[in-house]
Design a protein around this ligand. Structure first.
Ligand SMILES: [Zn+2]
Length: 385
């Protein structure tokens, strides 16, 4: 449904994997799963096809809901396949309350690629709608049971709606990405295209909220609230995608040395965890310290690592036992570009890296340092324009 880079939606648990794409499900997905199941079983099917048994409605509801999610997955898989074919690494797909997200590590490099990767999703939904519509037509003429025809009719309708909704020009919906690709192609300016597409996303978001309010006042409380929720989400997603781009472009050519906190305080590898907590974590504002041994940098220790150790063991365990050794800890060179540093931090899922030069510690960079640096630049009017 939407395929933007949003770390927020990368939680959830693993369902399995298809064609080497990891499929994850966010907890919010279950809410929508049962909401659709409930609506189909108690509202849509009994309303459209009266006179069937409750067991039939439940059966139709379960099959309809499951196949709807298969359709969503097919939509996301089409994005993922094309992205992979264009050389963009795809980790997998996450299903969440508003559908699905393809988790990619980078954006398309040319407007042509983005146009195709974004456009293939709605096309897939449209193809599924046509296929289900065809099956419904065949079933009706061949006298298939009402239960089967009811499900194919529902799937044709919902996939058509999905295709249309995703083609609306609101970034980061697929249509908004197609729109961005076109502006990008015309202007040759990726950042400008994103800014314009983001405005499209927000306008669409507010329009959906307006529609939701009309429904709400018209007495359709549930669908009204739902639209308001979708509109609000779209506005936030548009803004977040744009901020992400601004951050990346602001950090593009900046070397690590410029953001690091130089010569941070280090702790000794022999220190007990109890003393580490009492003397360092409780008295300093930092949540991670470089670890040294005989004036040599050997690792990094963070508050989270200590939290994983039961409190009664803090007196016996030393920092050395639980620290992340420098060999598999994340270190960067002072002249390394921040865009690479960010990527390393994302890949290793760490919030801080050590800056080293010929094995000796020069500084530390935390997620907080990056945020502060960006804030400072914004205050000085250099970015976020
Ligand atoms: Zn899509």
């Amino acid at each position: 449904m939407m395929n933007f880079q949003a770390e927020v939606f990368m939680q959830g648990f693993r369902l399995g994997s298809i064609f080497d794409f990891e499929i994850r499900v966010d907890l919010s997905w279950f809410l929508i799963f049962f909401l659709i199941l409930w609506t189909l079983t108690t509202g849509v099917f009994p309303g459209n096809y009266p006179g069937l048994s409750s067991a039939t409605y439940i059966g139709m509801g379960v099959v309809g809901t499951l196949l709807f999610f298969v359709s969503l997955l097919a939509h996301e898989l089409s994005h993922s396949f094309l992205a992979r074919a264009k050389g963009i690494p795809v980790e997998g797909i996450t299903l969440f309350i508003f559908g699905g997200v393809s988790r990619t590590r980078m954006e398309a490099e040319t407007p042509g690629d983005e146009f195709q990767i974004a456009g293939v999703g709605p096309l897939t939904s449209l193809a599924i709608a046509l296929l289900c519509g065809f099956l419904w037509w065949v079933g009706r003429n061949a006298g298939w049971s009402i239960a089967v025809n009811g499900v194919t009719a529902y799937l044709a309708t919902i996939n058509l709606m999905l295709a249309i909704f995703n083609l609306l020009p609101g970034f980061p919906l697929d249509g908004g990405r197609v729109f961005r690709a076109i502006v990008w192609k015309i202007t040759g300016n990726y950042k400008k295209a994103t800014r314009i597409a983001t405005i499209g996303g927000k306008v669409l978001g507010y329009a959906i909220i307006g529609l939701g309010l009309l429904q709400l006042f018209g007495g359709f409380v549930l669908s009204g609230l739902w639209l308001i929720f979708i509109g609000w989400f779209l506005i936030n997603a548009a803004e977040a995608s744009y901020q992400d781009l601004l951050i990346r472009s602001a950090l593009e050519g900046v070397p690590a040395r410029e953001l690091m906190t130089p010569y941070p305080e280090t702790v000794s590898a022999d220190l007990s965890l109890q003393r580490l907590v009492d003397e360092y974590f409780m008295h300093r504002r930092y949540e991670g310290f470089p670890v040294s041994e005989d004036n040599r940098l050997v690792g990094i220790i963070t508050l989270n690592q200590v939290k994983d150790v039961p409190r009664e063991k803090w007196a016996d365990q030393t920092v050395r036992n639980i620290m992340r050794p420098i060999e598999n800890g994340v270190t960067v060179r002072p002249q390394e570009k921040m865009s690479q540093v960010l990527q390393k931090m994302e890949e290793c899922e760490v919030r801080r890296v050590l800056v080293t030069k010929n094995g000796s510690l020069e500084g530390i960079i935390t997620a907080g340092d990056i945020a502060r640096w960006l804030r400072r630049r914004r205050d000085l009017g250099e970015v976020m324009s």
